[in-house]
Design a binder for this molecule. Structure first.
Ligand code: SAM
Length: 293
């Protein structure tokens, strides 16, 4: 019978090792060999990685490498490589550097003349694409969109001319805002796939049009767990916003925010001057009251 973990003689290098995105059995034999053989594993969160190592009886020393200590740790890591040590980099889940720390470390280690060796394996990005059913010949990975509404819309608009499957990482409580932004930029008929909790007990993959998906989401409340959202972009640019759409938005928002607040929000949303929209909101208010001028 083949031995599960083999004792391997590794050369000095930084090994970038992919780890599971949920199911602990999604780890390659080579990843286990490497994590066993290296002198030190640098992990985002040592408690999280310890659980994985314990599951396979791996006792290698763990140290932290994350965004907050990266600047301090990079020279330490390069010094260890100068001494001939074998080091691994892992993140909490999936492939390091994919919306996870490590880019600056890999760049610095390579620039210092040391080898960086990938140990490939799971990533939520490839798992979602492989089972989502949207085209995969051209895809664009945009990671997490900006949290601020205006910046999020701008980022989405920057993809409007591309015919591609846009892949986003998202959390349950921001999903409705993101889908609303997708509808605003690309239209309610945009085809999307949500892949949630991949490789875990509540794995769910839903294929829908953006408008129908948002209505269901508003009914069900925010989904729990980790999410990859894939959006099929046609490359036909942004949807045109009609004057009626703007009026409907102003009327809806004025109920809570008044004319000034609604105009401010609409100005960001539709990229129109606030003053113009305020005048329009006030005139809509007058119309609603039946004023004649
Ligand atoms: N490096 C990781 C990779 O290779 O996928 C991604 C790390 S990023 C900080 C975490 C995000 O990845 C989550 O917020 C979610 O969007 C996505 N993700 C991670 N695990 C997932 C899973 N099991 N199912 C769906 N999405 C997941």
């Amino acid at each position: 019978m083949t031995q599960l973990i083999r004792s391997v003689d590794l050369s000095s290098a930084l090994y970038v090792v992919a780890t599971p995105i949920g199911n602990l059995r999604d780890i390659t034999l080579r990843a286990l060999d490497t994590l066993t053989a290296v002198d030190v594993i640098y992990a985002e969160d040592t408690r999280q990685t310890r659980r994985l190592l314990d599951a396979y009886g791996i006792k290698t020393t763990l140290r932290t490498y994350h965004d907050h200590n990266g600047a301090q740790m990079r020279p330490v890591i390069i010094e260890a490589l100068e001494k001939g040590e074998r080091l691994a980099l892992v993140s909490d889940a999936g492939t390091p550097l994919i919306s996870d720390p490590g880019f600056k470390l890999v760049r610095d280690v390579r620039e210092a003349g040391f080898d960086v060796i990938p140990i490939p394996g799971p990533s939520a990005l490839t798992a979602a694409l492989s089972a989502g059913g949207l085209p995969t010949d051209t895809f664009t990975f945009a990671g997490f969109l900006p949290v601020k509404t205006g910046q999020r819309l701008e980022r989405l608009k920057s993809f409007a001319d591309q015919k591609t499957t846009l892949v986003l990482y998202e959390s349950g409580n921001r999903l409705d805002d993101t889908v609303a932004a997708i509808i605003e930029v690309f239209g309610a008929e945009t085809e999307l796939v949500m892949a949630r909790e991949l490789t875990k007990m509540f794995e769910t993959i839903i294929h829908s049009e953006a408008g129908a998906f948002l209505s269901q989401l508003q009914e069900d409340g925010p989904p729990k767990g980790e999410i990859v959202l894939m959006v099929s972009l046609t490359g036909e640019g942004q949807v045109e916003v009609s004057e009626e759409d703007i009026d409907a938005y102003l009327i809806d928002r004025m109920a809570n925010l008044g004319a000034k607040g609604a105009a401010a929000e609409a100005s960001k949303k539709f990229d129109r001057p606030k003053r113009e929209l305020y005048a329009r909101a006030v005139s809509l208010q007058h119309k609603a009251r039946g004023d004649n001028g």
